[in-house]
Design a protein around this ligand. Structure first.
Ligand code: KIV
Length: 273
């Protein structure tokens, strides 16, 4: 039964997520960027929906997450929030809207919360964005951190390969995770780092750690919904498990429709007024 058919839906909160970590229950998280997909993902019972800036790639066709704007993120978030009855909705603050200026970070977070009705924001980075994180948290906005492969810094890294394989970067990542926890972040995403390092981080911090390409020993997992549904096909990293082949099914539906139109099979008498 879908969650939406149940009469008493209990909303997920930061408190629920912390309790899940405390009792060792894994947290499920998926992205969504629009009303229809968010409705499906929420009805399926996912715990967190991330309105990721991966919308820049998946929805808009950009090569990186850098071009998406704050207004565009708010548009996606607003559509998602309208569909969601249970999940905790987190929204990425996009590139250029929080780094280096904590007043702007606060303004961006407040716009997201006020205009979309989402429940939290996510930011990429550690010590270098500390001031912005603290400022956002001071306004009562829950913040999720994001360490490891942080796609907004792709031009600094140069590639999308696994991060923190060397000791110095691994040590900085552990320090950043502890710092984000001390600042008051309610959760962390770790992207594309060695599983042994992710395990260490999840043990060292008491807040929930959600992994993507970070192995099994973290508190939850996140995937981009279009990747796990098999809608996007060119992106096949090792960490991606594909649960459906929707692109093939959708292509077939489009071809069948065209055939029916051309052959005058559609619409038939029952489909006409
Ligand atoms: O934007 C996004 O989809 C993300 C996930 C990959 C964690 O940040």
């Amino acid at each position: 039964m879908s969650i939406h058919q149940s009469s008493n839906i209990k909303r997920i909160t930061t408190h629920t997520l912390q309790e899940m970590k405390n009792r060792g229950e894994k947290i499920s998280m998926l992205t969504a960027y629009d009303f229809s997909m968010a409705g499906i993902v929420d009805a399926g019972g996912v715990d967190i929906i991330l309105v990721g800036d991966s919308a820049s790639n998946v929805m808009a066709g950009h090569e990186t997450t850098l071009p998406i704007t704050l207004d565009q993120m708010i548009y996606h978030a607003t559509s998602v929030v309208r569909a969601v009855k249970r999940a905790f909705v987190v929204v990425d603050i996009p590139f250029g809207s929080y780094q280096g200026n904590s007043s702007e970070a606060l303004r961006s977070a407040i716009r997201i919360m006020k205009e979309s009705g989402a429940h939290a924001v996510k930011v990429e980075g550690g010590a270098e964005i500390r001031e912005s994180v603290v400022r956002i948290l001071s306004a009562g906005v829950p913040v999720m951190g994001h360490l490891g492969l942080t796609p907004q810094s792709i031009y600094k890294f140069g590639t999308y390969t696994v991060r923190a394989k060397e000791d110095a970067e691994a040590q900085k990542l552990i320090e950043d995770a502890k710092l984000l926890e001390e600042c008051g972040c309610f959760s962390l995403v770790l992207e594309k780092i060695p599983a042994s390092l992710a395990k260490k981080v999840a043990e060292k911090v008491s807040i929930p750690v959600i992994g993507i390409g970070a192995g099994p020993d973290v508190d939850g997992q996140v995937l981009v919904v279009h990747d796990m549904m098999g809608i996007t096909q060119e992106f096949k990293p090792r960490f991606l498990r594909q649960y459906a082949d929707l692109r093939t099914q959708m292509l077939k539906a489009v071809e069948d429709y065209i055939d029916d139109v051309k052959s005058r099979d559609f619409p038939n008498e029952k489909e006409s007024y």
